[in-house]
Ligand binder design. Structure first.
Ligand SMILES: Cc1ncc(COP(=O)(O)O)c(C=O)c1O
Length: 388
């Protein structure tokens, strides 16, 4: 039989598959994948059902996305970040943020270009960069506060840097980069004439005093940033796979040229529901955050009760916990042990690192708290066995 392509031959199934299978086998509470176990808002789901049934949304939409959806995305960026986004030429609707990032890479990055990645990073970034033969340049965040070293960041930039692929609020560390950190990154992008592909899918999941600052809102950055976001996170409908990219029309045009031959268009009925969701009143976002603040607190007390150390995440629904006081062994051994013996599944963060920096994540486990409160409490009871 002819061989599969060399660009995928080395890619195994991800650790997510192994942990999910192990969790099923041992009936573990699965805090591995960032997959809410509750439904999205009933009115948003009703809007999707209505769009499926009204006979107007079941054929191809415009490749860029419906005008209503693009207007809703631009209005959302204006309402929350005071950004002036052109719905006609500065917005593209994609099949989730995953496609948004991939089409951005295809549309903006050339073979041999260097792209800076902050570690730990979202797992699709590196294969996507490999496929366009770009060179990732890694800059690790330093635990336990997950901060950037300014000298390491500067050293990563060079005349060959085409872009930084940023994620804030950051999965898996829960960091929300501060104004000063964003300014440091922005200044380097300007100095080295680099772009920023800014993955901001957790833009509405920011706790306490932390504030989400979009890279596109930083001085001098709008014309060198494409912002990627996703319906799935903010409205708890990850299965819909609706995302978007917005920015300067010249950059978005590059992304759209790639998108037309990747998916051509995203699911049509969901765009109607998404436009409705994006225009929900401020109370939706307040209640959403309140719900997640409770979940974060439940998660933090579960980790403390287990004898693990963790900084409360400033954003996202993930937390990185240091298990070294209760387990001897690396992250993979811990994740397998926790899933099969304690009955709680987590993700070993090794897959979010380059081999050269994988040691940084060796004593950490990533837990996702996008789960029902009762599930988180039950997980806490099981995790307490670790300390005993
Ligand atoms: C940082 C980050 N980017 C992108 C995605 C993918 O988003 P989507 O499901 O919209 O493709 C995720 C999902 O977990 C994520 O955590």
């Amino acid at each position: 039989m002819p061989a599969i392509a060399s660009r995928v031959a080395a890619l195994g199934t991800t650790i997510f598959t192994e942990i999910n299978e192990l969790a099923l086998k041992h009936q573990a509470i699965n805090l591995g994948q960032g997959r809410p176990d509750f439904d999205g808002p009933a009115d948003v789901i009703a809007a999707e059902i209505a769009a499926l049934q009204d006979g107007k949304h079941n054929q191809y939409p415009p490749g860029l996305g419906t005008l209503t959806m693009r207007q809703a995305i631009a209005a959302h960026a204006g309402r929350f970040y005071n950004l002036d986004v052109d719905p006609a030429s500065g917005v593209l609707v994609t099949a989730g943020a995953t496609e948004g990032v991939f089409s951005s890479i295809l549309g903006l990055i050339d073979e041999g270009d260097e792209v800076i990645l902050i570690e730990p990073y979202f797992d699709s970034y590196v294969p996507n960069l490999d496929w366009v033969k770009a060179k990732p340049v890694y800059v690790p965040l330093h635990p336990p506060t997950w901060t950037l070293d300014p000298a390491e960041l500067r050293a990563a930039f060079s005349p060959r840097t085409k872009a930084i692929l940023l994620n804030t609020p950051q999965n898996p560390t829960g960091r929300v980069f501060t104004y000063d950190e964003m300014k440091m990154i922005a200044d380097l992008c300007i100095e080295f004439d680099a772009l920023c592909i800014s993955d901001e899918v957790y833009e509405h999941l920011v706790f306490g005093d932390a504030r989400h600052i979009p890279m596109a809102a930083m001085p001098g950055m709008f014309e060198r940033t494409v912002t990627v976001s996703s319906l799935g996170k903010t409205y708890s409908v990850t299965g819909w796979k609706i995302g978007w990219v917005y920015g300067h029309p010249t950059l978005v045009n590059g992304v759209a040229r790639a998108h037309q031959y990747v998916t051509f268009a995203a699911h049509h009925p969901a765009q109607t529901a998404a436009a409705y969701a994006l225009s929900l009143a401020g109370t939706y976002y307040e209640e959403f955050l309140e719900m997640y603040t409770t979940k974060r607190d439940l998660m933090m007390s579960a980790l403390a009760g287990a004898g693990m150390k963790a900084n409360a995440p400033q954003g996202t629904y993930f937390v990185m916990a240091d298990f070294s006081d209760v387990f001897e062994g690396d992250d993979l051994a811990f994740a397998r042990y926790l899933t099969s013996e304690i009955g709680v599944a987590c993700i070993p963060p090794g897959l979010f690192y380059s081999p050269e920096h994988a040691h940084i994540g060796r004593k950490y486990a990533r837990f996702a708290f996008c789960k029902g409160d009762d599930t988180l409490k039950a997980a806490g009871e099981r995790l307490a066995k670790l300390k005993r």
